[in-house]
Design a protein around this ligand. Sequence first.
Ligand code: HEM
Length: 438
Amino acid sequence: MKRSTIDSMYKDIYVKGHPIFGQGLKFKADPLAFFEEIKTYNPGIQKFRFGYLPMVNLSHPELIKHVLQTNNKNYYKGREYMHLRPVLGNGLLTNEGESWLSQRRLAQPAFHKQKIQGFIEVMESSTEAMIDVIRTQPEVDLHDWMMKLTMDIVSRTMFGIQVKEDEERVEQALSVAIESSYGRVQRLINPPLWLPIKSIRRYNQSIRDLNEVVNTIISNRRQSKTRHDDLLDMFMYAEDEDTQETMSDSQLRDEVMTIFLAGHETTANALTWALYILNKHQNKQAQLLEDLKSNDWSYNTPYLNLVIKETLRLFPPAWAVGRRALENDEIGGVEVPAKSNITICAYQVHRDPELWDQPDVFMPERFEYEKEYHKFQYFPFGGGPRFCIGNNFAQLEMQIILSQFLRQFEYDCSKEIEKEPMITLRPKGGLSAQLTQR
Ligand code: HEM
């Protein structure tokens, strides 16, 4: 679309920017600051441009509800997700329409609350194994360990395997794949993936490495004579009601890759941010320890749940989501033309002073009043039909890991951590900590 067309189409509440790049440069320089700033131009909804792309940002809970829930049929996943497709293919996170719905229905039983209770043992034993290794090390990178641990848990519970021998390779490939995909989200014009330049070759190699691991998981399972009670079997043996066909290898690969990725990096980030913020607020940590002790180190204690919620408010791992309008729409009285790209920044809404008292302060107690909050003022797991399928899984996993870790260790990590908003909100440079056995 021509820049001049967008400018005139959006003239009602248009935030002017650079004549060529629009707001693109500001966004690239500091995405979190960008969303803070853009919000101040017009209440609830702002229009702007990223180069040639028409953009609409939503910062009011009711308007966010409109896109994610009320009129969700008019909104497909945005261009951020398009750039994840080389890695995730057409899995649950990126799929759309009827195909998405039938895959979601297939996967849903693997995530039911009751079913997830059956994962407690694996979550506990994986955590114990990690604790046994790190207790011998005076200094550890907690983020690194949380990534290893959540990868181990998701692959054991969902696919019945351990990726131990491939761990380093997968971590390396993942980090290249995520950084490259996000680099492509940030750039308006990207080199094609067939171009033989170093950065693209690295990106393609990382995808090949990930594919190899995922294809091995699938082919090992196909050769297995016994049935397994997990997501992989559910996907593998599901038959189409009309045709009795089973899922193609390529769809299976996409679903496995999606759960593998979506199911561990987000949770690892959340855990790292929780340990970071608890270290900064020793009084809250003491209160949490009291709570855990008095509940016999159970993982389901009232204050631990408040701490997890508050961590996900301040540091939402899925810090922004994007959508694309299929047809013209009106949001909060503002015309939104078809093909507009919608941004919804959970990080900004979760810290909006108009919605939250002392928004930047870590105050788990505020969630005692959660019922008073608008459903779309706090949405770390998204909302509407595309709500995170793994939210109960992630919460249980965080409860178990945090309570077991805090039971074992005092830890100190005094370094300030910068936020690194990539596809997820990462702790830049990890989180080094000295551990002392309690
Ligand atoms: C703290 C951890 C997690 C956070 C913050 C999180 C956040 C989110 C958010 C915000 C979405 C919606 C994205 C959108 O609307 O565009 C989402 C979708 C999804 N998440 Fe999570 N997630 C977490 C953990 C997990 C886990 C543990 C799994 C799987 C084991 C998982 C699997 C998925 C999948 C498959 C989708 C796509 C669902 C669909 O569209 O049907 N997530 N997640």
